[in-house]
Design a protein around this ligand. Sequence first.
Ligand code: A2P
Length: 337
Amino acid sequence: MGRSLRVAVAGATGAVGLEMVKTLEKRNFPISELKLLASARSAGKTMKFKGEDVVIQEMTKKSFEDVDIALFSAGSSISKEYAELFRGNKNSVMIDNSSCFRMDDDVPLVVPEVNAEDAFKHNGIIANPNCTTAIMCVAVYPLHKAKGLKRMVASTYQAASGGGAKAMQELIDQTADVLAGKPAQVNVMAQQIAFNLFPHIDSFLDNGYTKEEMKMFNEARKIMHMPELMLSCSCVRVPVLRAHSESLNMEFEQDITPEEAREIIKNAPGVILCDDPANKVYPMPIDATDKYDVLVGRIRQDVSRNDKKGLEMFISGDQLLKGAALNAVQIAEVLNR
Ligand code: A2P
């Protein structure tokens, strides 16, 4: 464990921010001073940290004057507004959960189990990946290292938490309304989510994919240092509160059997093999919720091919933890090693 640091959480009252604070506490991150920052609406309220009340402050540029590490999860416009305080700054680092800077050449995009060493190449800003991408990379990378990933098709089942605290509340409210025979009110998400799902996360691009799908494409290539990885994604919002799931079809350079894949996953960091279908054991979002590790299972040889180079698998990971808060805190831990 490194030295004690002055840490700020920007957006501490949000769905991810709350988990950042909890994760810092649970992992006993060495903190000499903690600042919890949010909008003026929350200023003066308190949040617990290690049994103490910490007063939430309104975030201003002055908030970061004496901060070593700032974990940002207050939305893209806020990240953009504050980034210049950190870019080129040798004394403090912004670990940013927004998508603003992820593809910038001077901003490392880090999943510590995959590319921890990239974190040290920062110029004041380190990006935390898209949630679905982080969960996918931690599960796929050990297989890639062993057998050379060539092509992948990913279909996602993404929870409401990806849309923030308001989206989670919308799922709860809509479900209650529909059960009470009332019409569902759609305010935050693109469509009704209660008793429904929709293939529309973030906006549509000219190539027919959504921004979310192209984030997975671009970010996975950057994180895994695979600029030519062939990858196609379909991202779907489902009526689950907080853990994302993904169905992954993978093609490798070398032969790989399900038994080999299970052995690799068993010995890899950040993942738990959860693969005993006969006993109804497979990844599910309800089991991944509140867990640091990504659950991996339903591993099987791809029957659409007549060789041993294709695998299917299903994964579930907590969107707010490995998909966001935990990954950000792990990056801070890497910097403080
Ligand atoms: P607040 O709770 O005071 O609105 P989520 O992504 O779950 O919706 O959370 C967004 C987070 O960003 C919250 O902590 C929210 O604080 C914070 N936030 C929103 N607008 C601002 C702002 N203008 N300045 C600082 N923090 C903000």
